[in-house]
Design a protein around this ligand. Sequence first.
Ligand code: GLC
Length: 720
Amino acid sequence: MRKLLKSKMSLFRFGQPFNTGATVKICNVEKSERFPFKNLSQKENTTSFSFPLNDGDIVLGLGEMLGSLNRRGKKYRCYATDDCLHTPEKESLYASHPFIVLLGKKSFGLFIDFPGEIVFDLGFSDHATAQVKISSLHCDIYFLQGNNLKDIIQQYLQLVGTPWAPPLWAFGYQQSRWSYPTADKIREVADCFAKHDLPIDAISMDIDYMDNFKVFTICEKNFPRLPDFIEEMKLRGIKLIPILDPGVKVEKNYPQYEDGIAKDIFCKDETGHPFKAAIWPGLSHFPDFLNPQAREWWAHNTAALVKLGIRGFWTDMNEPAIFFSEKSMQDALATLNSFQEKYSNGVPYSLWEYFNARGAISSATNQAEDFKSFYHETTQGKINHHEIHNLYGTAMVEATARGFQKVDSTLRHYILSRNSYVGLHRTAAIWTGDNASWWEHLEQNLQMLLSLNLCGFFFAGADVGGFNGNVSAELLIRWMQMGVVSPLFRNHTVLGSRNQEPWEFGDKTLKILRTILKLRYALIPYLYSEYMQARTSSIPFLRPLLFDYTDKISKTVEDQILVGGSLMMAPIIKANATGRFVHLPKHRWLQWSEKKTKIFAPGSHYIPAKLDEMLLFIKENSFIALTKPAKNLENYKPKSISVIGFVTGNATFYLYEDDGVSNSLAHSIITIKVRKKKITVRIDQNNHEFSSAIKKIDLRIYGLDGKFTRETVNMPTNID
Ligand code: GLC
């Protein structure tokens, strides 16, 4: 049942917008006279408006975009683009999350539900003005009024729905590279994890597992007897995560091609022929994921892999990326030929012709003209791709998810997607594409995680260590440290780069990385519990300081992360740093590591952090929960939990627990309360489908003097 939403949210509808599926609540449509922004114009297929940016106004949002968390001063383009060079001036990346929040005298949220191109000029052309240009006369614009960021984000999350519930193992560490070329190589990697006592839950299979990159095929030579291999890895507690790219190679006798043609599931060009463009396997057709039949076809193929034991997929190139079309390549070659002709025949040419020839091949990639040249058959009618461009990957993920449901709809699935639109946050994880092994991208990872969380994408992450280029041991260590709190914790790197597995940098680095990974696994009870509760409370799991604190400094801090309700991380993001300034707002904080603890008064502090140290803080009057680190999270049922608190007054902590796999989300909550120094622990089961495995809770509670008291509580118990 779609419920009518009671809130300070207004919907302005222009024309007859395409239903993107981004929202889950019905909202009354307001009269256009009440549209809150100036200069509303609808002409030449463009809807545009502007609003003032006052001194001190902060603009947040847009999820996966390059640049600072405060988006002010830059131009952004919501039009999914496969761009593997993430330099600061770029206006778009792989995803489109057209939601912003303005924090100022009058704060508001703005969600533009439109799946084509939208440009947000947030004080770039004119520092005091924000301009929004939507490339259509048909769109839904939601205006969310609120007193503060929390209020606005909660309305937004109620509008677009609860973030994805991943299987518990997705919180484990994943190792990846383009590519582990054979099953034996993957075995070797798994062996190294075991040999070096490093926990791991999944290893990716990049494009080389396929027969010449053809989707839904297996390279039998390098991956013989895949089902046995999947089973073998499963017994070791490791999931294999194959990549799926949308392009289906045009090749006679390739079953998916023949079948796709027979079932007529590919996107078509103007002439009604399947649209053709080159991607990894060569010239390919593109499944029309907006067409229910095509989705069903894809789901059927995905299900075949799920039946072999595959528990997760990695959906890539789904913007979709186009290396070149026949047309764009012909144009490029014509430019090259004309230059060659002039050059070889001694005809004078301008240097512009040389530059054109130089860029010709690369400019054949992702051409706007190509995106405008094919169509989708949707339940809402035939539509040009360009108009719904930003929905392609989300529809691919839905089809992939359907593949899992076909096999067992009671289980949670795992899908990691590159492209996304708002709405996909309910179904899958995303990663932020081809970053580089640069310190700047470690910082960018931090800012993007925060802005993605504000847009509902709680389960996200970047390629830890960086994708392009070669990582140094120091950068990898600092990146892995930040990985401890990143829901997706996956180390991935490009073809030909230096090896990036934890043991590749010598013993000293290995030892540090082992401690980092063990800390991640130790913290699973806290991370999982806080994540699952963040979903239902509509409060982002990862937050910038200004979400929780209103002081002046908190408003400007973009390099600290609030993780759940109790923990804060101040990652080291600069080369050669041996410490950093940390802003500790409002209350006291307990700097916590397994080796040392220290209480800090509120304020700004320079805090040392050697290479093997990370800066984590427990907020005054709150708790975190840990357990003995597991080797992996398959069948993870800790019997004893350590709860660490910093309590000077009253404090409450809710530890969420479920079976980590089923969709029912039956769970139990253990409540730990301290009132007047008296500790009480009680357990609530929301129904009888899940009973907690926890038998013992070890409490360690720090007081103002920095000393702790210990208490052990045996479960199940109901003290109150
Ligand atoms: C794309 C992906 C990257 C992957 C590569 C090969 O560049 O973003 O993660 O490794 O394709 O499949």
